[in-house]
Design a protein around this ligand. Structure first.
Ligand code: GLC
Length: 721
């Protein structure tokens, strides 16, 4: 036994049963119980993915109104993923970690990395992508960035938590191959490459077992197969039975209920131990994992005095999150080089659309925060133009009033089901909308430039409920059509956390897409509009024209209560759409630039070794335009012939390349067996079947610029971790 193990065993041997039980469940909404006698502190946890959530009272979902918990508002994971730059993920993680420490937290309940199985999931804004490879490449640096500051990342929600409907009980039925190829790789990367100190079990069931106490998911896969020795924390209310929780290697039960002593791993457990039903050491392993995490965080042990203190709200953090926001903006359309706008020629601008003035940081569910500030697009535009340009604003559309906030936070509700946005469009609302539309049209006619800022908000992109459709709410489509009739040159900015249908896209000349991009999101949107920044974002998910093209929806297997079957299997997102050649609005990986790039000279060398294969891919990229810019080179692999059904192609590598005007660069990517294999249920491993494969290089899944067939003559096997 090494010194660390001895240190931990010594503590465990000195703990009473009551003290051990106090460590394995929350004795407050966001912390466990300390053991002062042995200098064991409580573990303090906090949401969330876009910043350190404001404080609640220990024992009620009511905000503590204090003036010192304003924090840096970080771009949502969808925005981070749309940068296709792992360093943006690392920097976001660093800000999150240093601010969590600065606010005295030990565990930050982030990132959320669930697959965007359908564009209608209410929490998609919190997640990275529809593609496991993009998630793998983003989650590892983000977790590492967080944990640089002696704070544990708590990667969530493990696993297959891909809808909000009935989220605390729905049974997700997923076949083994789909689980291994699509829904687990992000968590493998978080642990294997990111070294995540903790994981959060999901609310839902997976194949009949609640995730938080699933012997298959937590014991067999996470602990035995992957050898995970971090702490496993339940989602808040994810535990439903004492015996299940005791006999699974979950470590900490958290809940939304206030009767903390009545949690399944509290008095009910204590009673079972006291009655002799369980031996006194029954939860020692849980305590061991918790102490192990505390050691890693320097909360205990010889390093306790060297623990980083962190800080929050500093300028460096704001600059870092602005850098992420800048790289996240996606240029979807730019006909006749309509953008960027030339400030010098503009005397009047009309900004139309409620998302022009709206801020989003204070919504979305547990991701809600109290941002130090948030620059909305209107303010971004005004401060970018300055005082020589007159900027007018009009709502343009009418957002039905949000339900007034009650003192007790929405999360106190046991099902944490958010009320659906009322869609009963009565005559009063229609009349109000018509008035706003006329006002907007009048303003649009009188200004040099018109910028529409619409999209969604967190009454729609929200935890606890799913969206019903892709259609833009509040009558935006009618408004946009009416405005384009009088101003076909209107610029359209869509600001949202998840894709929307854009029935007017063919009629618009310029369309910009911005996810919820943090406190400097509005600044970044404006800097792209006026050319200070050359946009380099690429979509981390497919934008559809028709939601019924999404198989989970057309199969009626999304958003169900009770149970939902992943009938599409591995054919998620572009895997399905590119195999079916679906007519999509904008494909996975798509994004334009103010400059142009030329790809050429694809060369591939295949070296087959005993244990693995090295496939060395090189190609040239040239910036053929007149300004510097960045492109995202994406490498897809197509298996020409396989013994199982495989997607048309799959993303297996990518690289964001920044090039000066006229600059040409050779790019190298090296692939190994995991780029070619699939999960064999029979073997219980990933297998690479010898044969022909096509290597594709492109700027989106539908814009393949170079390709070459290769042949791999040997079979290879790979473990799942
Ligand atoms: C919520 C969410 C989870 C969050 C936790 C604490 O229900 O599912 O993501 O971290 O509870 O607020």
């Amino acid at each position: 036994m090494n010194n660390t193990e001895q240190f931990i065993e010594k503590i465990i041997s000195g703990l009473t049963i009551e003290e051990k039980v106090g460590m394995v469940h929350g004795n407050a909404l966001f912390h466990t119980k300390e053991v002062d006698r042995l200098n064991i502190p409580q573990i303090v946890m906090s949401d969330g993915p876009t910043g350190i959530r404001y404080d609640f009272y220990d024992d009620k979902w009511v905000l503590i109104d204090q003036n010192y918990d304003y924090i840096t508002y970080i771009p949502s994971n969808s925005a981070v993923a749309s940068t296709w730059n792992p360093e943006c993920a690392r920097n976001s993680g660093r800000v999150l970690g240093e601010e969590a420490r600065g606010r005295g937290k030990d565990v930050i309940l982030a990132p959320g990395i669930n697959i965007k199985r359908s564009p209608l999931c209410g929490r998609n804004f919190e997640y990275f992508s529809e593609d496991p490879k993009l998630i793998e490449e983003m989650v590892a640096p983000m977790v590492s960035g967080i944990q640089e500051y002696d704070v544990a990342s708590c990667v969530k929600h493990f696993a297959a938590n891909n809808q909000e409907t009935d989220r605390m009980a729905v049974d997700t039925i997923v076949d083994e191959r789909t689980l291994r190829e699509i829904y687990l790789p992000g968590f493998v990367s978080a642990i294997k490459r990111g070294n995540a100190y903790s994981m959060m079990g999901a609310y839902n069931k997976l194949n009949g077992q609640f995730c938080c106490t699933s012997s298959k998911l937590i014991d067999d896969i996470l602990r035995k197969e992957w050898g995970y020795d971090g702490a496993v924390i339940s989602d808040w209310g994810g535990v439903h039975d004492t015996d299940e929780a005791v006999n699974t290697s979950l470590d900490i039960e958290m809940d939304i209920q206030y009767e903390f002593d009545e949690h399944y791993l509290a008095n009910p457990l204590l009673a079972k131990i006291k009655s002799g039903e369980y031996p006194e050491d029954i939860i020692d392993n849980k305590v061991r994992n918790i102490l192990n995490m505390m050691l890693r965080l320097k909360m205990i042990g010889e390093d306790a005095d060297n623990r980083l203190a962190g800080t929050y709200n500093n300028i460096e953090h704001r600059e870092m999150v602005k850098g992420v926001a800048e790289e996240s903006i996606v240029l979807l359309k730019n006909e006749d080089n309509r953008l960027p706008l030339n400030k010098a020629k503009i005397k009047t601008v009309a900004v139309i659309g409620e998302n022009g003035k709206k801020v989003h940081s204070n919504g979305g569910g547990s991701a809600e925060i109290k941002a130090l500030y948030e620059i909305c697009p209107l303010m971004g535009i005004m401060k970018e133009l300055g005082g020589n340009t007159k900027v007018y604003y009009a709502d343009g559309y009418y957002v039905t009033e949000e339900a007034e906030k009650t003192e007790e936070n929405w999360q106190a509700q046991s099902a944490m089901k958010q009320e659906k946005e009322e869609n009963d469009i009565n005559s009063e609302i229609l009349k109000k909308r018509a008035g706003l539309r006329e006002e907007a049209i009048k303003l649009a006619k009188m200004c040099d430039e018109v910028i529409f800022v619409g999209g969604l908000n967190h009454t729609i992109d929200c935890e606890g409920k799913d969206k019903d459709e892709l259609t833009l709410p509040y009558g935006q489509d009618e408004l946009i059509e009416a405005l384009l009739k009088v101003r076909p040159d209107m610029i359209i900015v869509m600001h949202a956390g998840s894709p929307v249908a854009m029935t007017w896209a063919d009629k618009a000349k310029a369309i910009l897409w911005a996810y919820y991009a943090g406190m400097e999101g509005g600044t970044s949107i404006a800097e792209v509009l006026f050319g200070k920044i050359n946009p380099s974002g690429h979509l981390p998910e497919t934008f559809l024209k028709d939601i019924n093209d999404c198989k989970p929806i057309s199969d009626g297997q999304f958003g169900l209560e009770g149970s939902v079957e992943y009938t599409e299997g591995i054919m998620v997102g572009y895997r399905q759409y590119d195999s079916d050649n679906t007519d999509v609005l904008y494909p996975f990986g798509y994004g334009l630039s103010y400059t142009t790039f030329d790809y050429s000279n694809l060369e591939i060398q295949v070296v087959e070794n005993e244990e693995d294969v090295d496939v060395n891919v090189t190609f040239d990229i040239e910036n053929t335009g007149s300004i510097a810019g960045a492109t995202v080179a994406q490498l897809y692999v197509r298996d020409v012939k396989a013994s199982v059904n495989r997607p048309y192609h799959e993303l297996k590598d990518f690289s964001k390349e920044y090039l000066e005007a006229g600059e040409k660069r050779k790019v190298t990517m090296t692939l190994n067996k995991e780029a070619f294999d699939f999960y064999s249920v029979e073997e219980g491993k990933f297998v690479l079947e010898a044969g022909a494969f096509v290597i594709e290089i492109g700027q989106s899944s539908r814009d393949i610029l170079l390709e070459k067939e290769i042949h791999i003559s040997k079979n290879y096997i790979r473990d799942t971790f």
